[in-house]
Design a binder for this molecule. Structure first.
Ligand SMILES: Cc1ncc(COP(=O)(O)O)c(C=O)c1O
Length: 385
């Protein structure tokens, strides 16, 4: 990404009155940065973030401190909060994930949602091994270290999803130990989806029923749920906990996510009345009251049907990109139903210009809601020159 030329110093003076800084100048500098970031919407093709939203009607909340400290299900003594909106957001995603009474809360992102799911699994089965595919998000290895769990990376098949025979082999090497298994729904590297039902069956065949399955659906959950041909991704297919992202398919100005769980799994970590008059059953103490409002606002605007239209738009744009990149001789490939297209990486300057991440000699194009056919045409014109 092109960097903003910062002529002015951004160092913070001890005494603003005695320095050359001034709030008008600082606001102008920040506006310049904002204009630069907004302009990048025209070239943002490689990251799984949506840049198509406008939350400015919620600007009043930038003048007050809201805090959802404690449980999402029980008010605290701090009166300025947005729990009822958070509960509406959780209820929407719980229904989408196939569980009417899912417990859940708004998190700081996919990583916290994954931590929460694995934490509940570890509390259910303290001796469990944590299994995830080799293509799992890097957060899972860190989470294994945080929770002091043994971590096993299971090999992936040709389609990039977890190899179930491999899972069985690894599990039999840890015979007698329960399993927390992370099923990735939409790998960051290519959009592959693990087989939730197959994972439980594979472990049952090995004689294990002490299994907690966490669905890391941060990237692909909404795509799997709302595609013209929906695919298994959550509670309906046996997940115990689910991680979703808020800034990916939905879109937000800051990283955020949602953690969902079967309510009976939360009992083990629930501590009554210890969090500013509320119960404690999340990871952090103070909790963001602003993000639930953003997510609620956008979900009310779009509804399930609007989100489904958005997913269809992304898939159509990805199919168009695949076709155009093939015409340009860049050997594209795309997992079925995915919005990620891998192709021969162009020159580094073009990767920078189009915000394309590369792995080896391949680049990732991710068709998020703000990406249109016009972006693809401009990219292809650049590739030709
Ligand atoms: C599959 C998957 N899981 C987890 C995460 C982590 O999400 P966050 O960056 O919001 O912590 C990502 C982010 O790209 C992801 O793609």
């Amino acid at each position: 990404m092109a960097q903003l030329p910062l002529d002015d110093s951004v160092d913070i003076p001890d005494d603003p009155a005695g320095s050359s800084s001034g709030s008008d100048r600082d606001v102008a500098l920040l506006k310049e940065l904002a204009a630069h970031m907004l302009g990048e919407r025209d070239h943002m093709l490689g990251f799984p973030v949506n840049l198509d939203f406008d939350y400015r009607p919620l600007a009043d909340f930038l003048q007050v401190h809201g805090n959802n400290v404690g449980s999402p299900a029980k008010n605290s003594e701090y009166g300025l909060h947005s729990r009822v909106f958070e509960q509406a957001v959780v209820s929407f995603f719980g229904r989408l994930a196939g569980l009417e009474d899912a417990f859940g809360y708004v998190t700081s992102g996919g990583t916290e949602s994954n931590l929460y799911g694995c934490y509940l699994g570890r509390e259910r089965f303290p001796e469990a091994v944590l299994y995830a595919s080799q293509a799992t998000h890097y957060s899972l290895r860190k989470i294994a270290r945080l929770l002091r769990m043994d971590f096993v990376a299971v090999q992936v098949g040709d389609d990039g999803s977890m190899d179930l025979a491999g899972l069985r082999r690894h599990h039999s090497a840890h015979r007698g130990r329960p399993a927390v298994v992370v099923a990735t729904i939409g790998t960051t590297t290519g959009g592959a989806e693990d087989d939730l039902v197959g994972i439980r069956e594979a472990l049952a065949d090995e004689g294990t029923d002490e299994v907690h399955i966490h669905s890391d659906a941060a990237f692909g959950g909404l795509i799997a749920a709302l595609s013209p041909e929906p695919r298994p991704w959550a509670f309906e297919s046996g997940a115990d906990t689910v991680a979703l992202s808020g800034h990916k398919m939905l879109g937000a100005p800051l990283p955020c996510g949602v953690a969902l769980a079967r309510p009976e799994h939360v009992t083990a970590i629930h501590r009554p009345d210890v969090a500013v008059g509320s119960d404690d059953d999340t990871i952090t103490g103070s909790r963001d009251a602003f993000t639930p409002l953003l997510l609620w606002y956008e979900l009310r605007r779009l509804g399930r049907t609007g989100l489904a239209r958005r997913v269809t738009h992304c898939l159509e744009t990805a199919a168009y990109a695949e076709q155009r990149l093939r015409e340009e001789g860049h050997h594209p490939e795309r997992a079925p139903g995915s919005n990620t297209v891998l192709f021969d990486a162009p020159a580094p300057e073009l990767c920078t210009r189009w915000n394309l991440l590369t792995v080896g000699d391949r680049a990732h194009l991710i068709a998020m809601p703000h990406v249109t056919g016009e972006h693809i045409d401009r990219l292809c014109a650049d590739l030709r020159t």
